[in-house]
Design a protein around this ligand. Structure first.
Ligand code: 4AD
Ligand code: MG
Length: 466
């Protein structure tokens, strides 16, 4: 491979040696005696300045976005940059155009709005600020890989095509075949769907490997067309054997997110600083304050019942206005979730023990010694400011008969879940896990307004452009 800009900047070479740079022009200034080109290849935020003397060495028609190759001398910089590339006659310097751009190329101009950039999915990642988000995404994923490795987890690969509705919410996309050979409304003669969550399959793997995790696309046919919902999103899911209470799961997920933030804070000079350079000063401040706040203390944990009381008190004392005043048994609406985390706790908060009727069939029902006597489940949601729900998790019912009874009580068909129930017949041990929306994590940590700007190709009820 030829050297990349990040590699060149990190591994500062001896000045006065020949160097080759490949990239795209991010800005240019041409005067009578000299031309300056900033060249970047997207491996880092910073570009490398090329000083071309005489400017006649520059091929004509160079615009922002032109793909070029520059051969010159790595030299100590005279301006802001410590190093730059000097291209001149005597040292056989050369600028080759690899890919010209035409007048209509929309990225010749910078500072397009995020909204406009979403209309040009084939080009939008060439915007420096958006490109920084993809580098950020990659960095956060790497940190998570390292975190799970350090906690003795095995990364596994459950299927995306499934016969089961994990959440039982009926938000599945059905798979139909439309090939020349066969054209039917099924997957080779059987009903099959794109997964809404890989949890059920992870439970199978967990029963063999104890600690498993995965990061996969998940698909939900929900109409919600908001700035935090996608039809195709990536979910990080972990499943852990031999845990017996929700607080083990909440503590673990807190540790997981804090490991990411610790890495970001420590990495001001790496990718983290790239993200900081690309946003305005006030957003940088909000973002770094958020990171510090996240690490400043242990996050609060309250029960659903306590959450309802807090919200009701706030409504009754007129300190906040919501569209609805929830009563026990209602689901928490997005406005309640955002207020609890953003205004009341001003930090992430775990809400545990939701009503049984609000949650999925597989969650372990709390024993009858609790206040709500068999009407709540051993589960948690992690709520964060601005976003609302970031994680959903629970203890799983591992007793065969109890699980069967609950599935039947809900009027669900047990047949598609036979394989899942079998798990409970042999060597069934206490276990639990959680799922975190990866885009929501990125959105929260980077203070990005719209979830569509942290995933390369967003798909939602209103977006599927290419
Ligand atoms: O709360 P959810 O539905 O939980 C599950 O699916 C569990 N089976 C996970 C598990 O225990 N293994 O989804 C988990 C998280 C949510 O908290 C949210 O962050 C994200 O997935 N999520 C979405 N993100 C973007 N767009 C959507 N439409 C999302 N739906 C859920
Ligand atoms: Mg949920």
């Amino acid at each position: 491979l030829s050297p990349c800009v990040k590699g060149i900047l990190a591994d500062v070479q001896n000045p006065d040696t020949p160097i080759e740079i490949n990239g795209w022009v991010s800005s240019s200034r041409i005067s009578k005696n000299v031309a300056f080109l900033d060249v970047n290849d997207g491996t880092t935020y910073e570009g490398i300045q090329c000083v071309i003397r005489p400017p006649s060495l520059l091929p004509s028609g160079i615009k922002n976005g032109t793909g070029i190759q520059v051969k010159g001398i790595w030299s100590e910089g005279k301006g802001k940059q410590k190093y730059e590339v000097h291209v001149n006659d005597t040292s056989q310097g050369k600028v080759n155009v690899l890919g010209p751009v035409d007048e209509l190329f929309p990225m010749i101009k910078s500072n397009h709005s995020a909204q406009y950039l979403r209309t040009i999915p084939e080009y939008r990642w060439r915007d420096q600020s958006l490109a920084a988000i993809l580098r950020f995404r990659s960095q956060v994923e790497t940190t998570l890989v390292n975190f799970f490795d350090s906690q003795m987890f095995i990364k596994t690969h459950p299927p995306l095509v499934t016969a089961s509705d994990c959440e039982g919410a009926g938000e599945l996309f059905k798979i139909e075949s439309s090939s020349k050979l066969k054209n039917d409304e099924q997957f080779f003669g059987k009903d099959a769907y794109l997964t809404v969550s890989t949890q059920l399959h992870l439970e199978v793997l967990c029963a063999a490997l104890s600690r498993v995790w995965t990061l996969t696309p998940c698909f939900r046919a929900e109409e919600s067309d908001t700035n935090r919902h996608l039809s195709e999103f990536w979910m990080l899911e972990a499943e852990i054997a031999f845990v017996d209470n929700v607080s083990q799961l909440t503590k673990f997920s807190e540790k997981m997110i804090k490991s990411v933030v610790t890495n970001l804070v420590a990495d001001y000079n790496g990718m983290g600083s790239n993200l900081i350079n690309t946003v305005d000063k006030s957003t940088t401040q909000i973002m770094t304050d958020r990171w510090e706040m996240l690490l400043s203390k242990d996050w609060d944990s309250i029960t659903y019942t306590e959450a309802i009381k807090i919200i009701q008190n706030a409504v009754d004392s007129k300190s906040v206005k919501f569209e609805t005043r929830p009563i026990w048994g209602d689901s928490l609406k997005s406005e309640h979730e955002k207020w609890l985390a953003g205004e009341y706790f001003k930090n992430p908060v775990f809400v545990t023990d939701y009503p049984l009727e609000e949650k999925a069939f597989y969650m372990k029902i709390n024993d009858r010694t609790t206040e709500e006597a068999g009407t709540t489940v051993a589960c948690f949601d992690l709520l964060v400011p601005d976003i609302g729900e970031l994680i959903g998790g629970s203890m799983r019912e591992h007793d065969l008969q109890t699980l069967k009874t609950e599935i039947e009580r809900r009027g669900m068909d047990t047949t598609p879940l036979d394989w899942y129930l079998k798990l409970r017949e042999n060597g069934s041990v206490p276990h639990g896990g959680f799922g975190m929306g990866f885009e929501r994590l990125l959105q929260y940590l980077s203070c990005t307004e719209n979830i569509r700007d942290v995933i390369p190709f967003p798909r939602s009820a209103s977006t599927c452009l290419c």
